[in-house]
Write a protein that binds this ligand. Structure first.
Ligand SMILES: CC(C)=CCC/C(C)=C/CC/C(C)=C/COP(=O)(O)OP(=O)(O)O
Ligand SMILES: [Zn+2]
Length: 448
């Protein structure tokens, strides 16, 4: 322990990590026993100023310091600027202007955004660039996106099997489906041509475990599960997935360390607080579909065991009749319907309880993923980075609002781990952009 200038006792970095690593061997609740009481509240506090410092430094050095990430610069913009927005801050006008200009130089003359100026356009960096511009907001930023050309790029990436390629001659996977559908949805250019057979492709990636794999025949993984589930919601076909099995798979990925693992029998990692945590938060909003699918399964397998009154209440709930029908408030498949799914998703929010242990996940993020000197990480012993900072904070925000009656109504203090000043901005869980910035973008693009 070291006495700080203010006279309080503050643990050294190595002491902190040692407590964490030792307690993880058993159970995270034992972490509290392992930490001296006077250090506990300090470790549960979100180190806002330090995180902002770490993030701002990253943004200022975007042009020089990240040579290995040279083809991922829109991602760096997104991870950093979204994290700053989650913390309730924004960047100064000059940096904002420079970011919009830089992303414009990444925009291909034939549509889509590349990882850097002059590189090949790619769906992942397109998603990162568009989410960054939405997060920055304002006329200059939003109007800089060439939607007509972008639509053409997406049509070129579209494959007859329903999937999308990440780039010209690139891989076809569930990530590509999500990034294309998410961008098209938020920019109000999603139509029947882009949606055609996407549901068939994603359905073919749901595995026997219940989670979703990157491509048919691969292993279920949290990253692809979020992508597949979010894309199925955005195209209005989520009821085609086996939702009870998907729910089972995701909820059992939260380990005794309280964080989420990405796949069965792997280690927990802070970034899955968003990928898996996000999937559970989406499933929380789909309970009527889940109940309906469960009721149908019950009817099919155990109809003779069901008491008469239950039989009556199950009548007419078959999901066969609904499985290809789009969500409430939507007619069959008119293009204009796709445009409001993301918007309706947050407006038709009904109060319900989280399907995961949201307090425990906040503990993992704050105690195990947070570096006291700024930035967040996979787990103790790993280095902080902007990717983990973005997805740990996104997951933390989801946890904090997981009990809220409306997507942005302030949570009760008892559901926010640590001091209430830890509270982050709420996000739109389908796009992972701060909710208020999503609303501004939705209004802007709805009017075009
Ligand atoms: C929007 C977008 C681009 C989404 C990407 C989603 C995402 C995070 C996919 C994960 C890819 C993957 C198989 C990681 C496994 O890494 P690993 O073997 O190092 O990690 P693990 O042991 O935790 O599985
Ligand atoms: Zn990770």
């Amino acid at each position: 322990m070291e006495a700080s200038a203010a006279g309080t006792l503050s643990p050294t970095v190595s002491q902190r990590d040692q407590w964490i690593v030792e307690s993880q061997v058993f159970h995270i609740y034992q972490l509290f026993a392992a930490i001296p009481p006077n250090a506990r509240s300090l470790m549960l506090e979100l180190q806002r100023e330090k995180h902002i410092e770490f993030l701002s430094k990253g943004l200022r050095h975007l042009g020089s310091a990240f040579s290995v990430l040279d083809a991922s610069r829109p991602w760096l913009c997104y991870w950093i600027i979204h994290s700053i927005a989650l913390l309730g801050e924004s960047i100064d006008d000059e940096l904002e202007d420079n970011t919009v200009d830089f992303l414009n130089r990444c925009q291909d003359p034939n549509g889509g955004y590349a990882g850097g100026p002059g590189q090949m356009p790619h769906l992942a960096t397109t998603y990162a660039a568009v989410n960054t511009l939405i997060t920055l907001g304002g006329e200059k930023s939003l109007a800089s996106i060439n939607r007509d050309k972008l639509y053409g790029f997406m049509r070129r990436m579209k494959q007859p099997n329903g999937g999308f390629r990440m780039h010209d001659e690139g891989e076809i996977d569930v990530r590509a489906c999500y990034t294309a559908i998410s961008v098209a949805s938020v920019l109000n250019i999603l139509d029947d041509e882009l949606v055609r057979n996407v549901g068939d492709y994603i359905l073919s990636c749901q595995t026997y475990e219940g989670g979703i794999a990157g491509e048919p025949g691969s292993e279920a993984h949290g990253g692809y599960t979020f992508c597949g589930l979010a894309a199925m919601i955005l195209i209005g076909e989520v009821n085609r997935l086996d939702l009870p099995r998907l729910t089972d798979w995701v909820v059992f990925r939260q380990g005794k360390e309280c964080g989420f693992q990405g796949r069965t029998n792997k280690l927990v990692d802070g970034c899955y607080s968003f990928w898996q945590g996000g999937a559970v938060v989406l499933l929380q909003r789909l309970h009527s579909f889940i109940d309906e699918q469960l009721a149908e399964a019950l009817q099919f397998f155990t109809i003779s065991d069901v008491v008469p009154e239950d039989k009556e209440s199950l009548a007419g709930t078959s999901s066969h009749s609904t499985c290809r029908i789009r969500h409430e408030g939507m007619s069959e498949s008119s293009s204009s319907d796709f445009k409001n799914i993301g918007y309706n998703f947050i407006n038709e929010w009904k109060a319900s309880e989280p399907l995961f242990h949201s307090i425990a996940l906040q503990q993992y993020i704050l105690l195990c993923s947070q570096e006291q000197d700024g930035g967040l990480r996979d787990k103790p012993g790993k280095r902080r980075d902007h990717y983990h900072t973005c997805y740990c904070l996104s997951g933390l925000s989801l946890c904090q609002y997981s009990w809220s009656k409306r997507p942005d109504s302030p949570p009760l203090p008892k559901v926010v781990m640590g001091p209430y000043s830890n509270l982050l901005e709420p996000i739109h869980p389908l796009f992972n952009v701060v909710l208020e910035r999503y609303r501004e973008a939705h209004k802007f693009f709805a009017g075009l």
